[in-house]
Design a protein around this ligand. Structure first.
Ligand code: TMP
Ligand code: ASP
Length: 255
């Protein structure tokens, strides 16, 4: 890492000042946490794979008209993104019951949900990202009603698209978490864009044939083979770091 101004350090990523105004460099670490930082570890190579996986998915989503913060990948661990004001609401979309919804409603893991369920969580580590409703979001001013509408409709479109994309490579998209940001243009017009990352850190992906978990649950549940699972997701997407020389070249090779 070069000596640049650090803007923010999260659990799995660092944001640095970008090369031009309105941009940031998003650096992917190998660090992994679970249960709001109670469990900590390092998954060697995770940052490199997540950088690739998120790049790939953000580009595919942009192709179908989803606005995102992604600009281009810079190197093995870094991507250039547009600077946005992060909405402090995590949007979770669930297709099949797993994780916290199983506990909350005593549902067996793997039960298909009657329809896709969208949940909101307040992005606040100190509080452990509590589940919230639209009422909390608007009452506390975390997002305005039209912004919630945008986040909801984008999340459902993203769910439809990614469900198909992953099924095509033999993976079932069980659930995932998204974050959005406010992007201001030259005229101070604002629009909601997809931000953060889409990687196996924040998705549940199960093999269609075997139901094998191919995501961060392997870390959360001490199942082993975490890096191998991320590698396999990247391999099926056709984007393993070994498959190209892009890492040593400049940004012009991307897109
Ligand atoms: P959950 O079942 O623990 O509520 O998680 C639902 C999905 O959201 C799962 O794919 C993991 C992801 N997630 C995050 O990415 N970050 C978080 O802080 C939490 C709680 C979940
Ligand atoms: N990312 C969250 C944490 O670190 C929760 C999780 O993914 O399980 O604590």
């Amino acid at each position: 890492m070069t000596r640049r101004r650090k803007i923010y350090e999260g659990k799995a990523k660092v944001l640095f000042e970008g090369p031009e105004p309105g941009t940031l460099v998003q650096y992917f670490k190998d660090d992994a946490t679970a249960f709001n930082n109670e469990k900590k570890g390092v998954i060697t190579g995770k940052g490199v794979l997540n950088n690739r996986i998120s790049e790939y998915l953000m580009l595919r989503l942009a192709e179908v008209g989803i606005p995102t913060h992604f600009v281009r990948r810079l190197n093995m661990r870094e991507q250039l993104v547009k600077e946005v004001e992060i909405v402090p609401v995590e949007v979770v979309v669930r297709n099949i019951a797993a994780g916290s919804i199983c506990k909350r409603f005593n549902i067996e893991e793997g039960t298909p949900l009657p329809r896709s369920i969208v949940e909101y969580y307040y992005k606040n580590d100190e509080l452990g990202d509590p589940l919230i409703s639209e009422e909390h979001i608007t009452a506390f001013g975390w997002a305005a009603p039209p912004e919630i509408d945008d986040m909801l409709s984008l999340s459902l479109r993203i769910n439809d698209f990614l469900t198909g994309l992953f099924l095509g490579i033999g993976l079932r998209l069980i659930d995932f978490k998204l974050e959005y940001g406010r992007l201001y243009d030259e005229n101070e017009q604002m629009r909601i864009v997809l931000a953060d990352e889409i990687t196996p850190d924040g998705c549940r992906l199960w093999d269609v044939e075997t139901n094998e978990k191919m995501d961060k649950d392997r870390f959360r549940r001490d199942m082993g083979g975490v890096a191998e699972a991320y590698q396999e997701v990247a391999r099926r997407l056709g984007i393993t770091p070994e498959s190209g020389q892009q890492d040593i070249k400049g940004p012009s090779t991307i897109q």
